[in-house]
Design a protein. Structure first.
Ligand SMILES: [Zn+2]
Length: 106
C-alpha cells in the first residue's frame, strides 16, 4: 500500500497525475505525508535525479561506482552487486520513471 501511495505521489511530482499544478501538489503532499516522505523536498531532489540519472557525480538517488571501485570487485562480490542493483531498480520502479519521462518529454 505504501508503494502505491508513493507511486501516485511520484506521478504528482512529475505533473502527470493532473494537469493542475495545485492539484498535483495538494495530492502529492497529502500522499507523501502519509508515507512520511516530505513531498516538495522529494520532488526537487527527484527532478535533479532524473536530470542527472546515472551520472557518477550529479545523481543524488543512484550513484554508480567509479572505475577504480569496479576494478577492485571480483567474482562473487561483482555478481552480488549486479543482483542487488537489478533488484533495487525493479523495486524502485525505474521503469515507471522512464516511461513517465518518455511520455512527458516525447
Ligand atoms: Zn520519477
Amino acid at each position: 500500500m505504501f508503494w502505491a501511495l508513493f507511486v501516485l505521489g511520484h506521478d504528482c511530482g512529475h505533473g502527470s497525475f493532473s494537469s493542475s499544478r495545485r492539484l498535483n501538489d495538494a495530492v502529492g503532499h497529502a500522499l507523501h505525508s502519509f508515507i512520511l516522505v516530505p513531498y516538495h523536498g522529494w520532488r526537487l531532489s527527484h527532478k535533479k535525479h532524473h536530470g542527472n540519472h546515472g551520472h557518477v557525480e550529479n545523481d543524488e538517488s543512484w550513484t554508480p561506482l567509479t572505475k577504480s571501485q569496479w576494478d577492485v570487485l571480483v567474482g562473487v562480490a561483482l555478481l552480488e552487486l549486479w543482483v542487488w542493483w537489478n533488484l533495487g531498480s525493479m523495486l524502485a520502479g525505474c521503469e515507471v520513471c522512464f516511461a513517465t519521462l518518455k511520455f512527458r518529454c516525447g
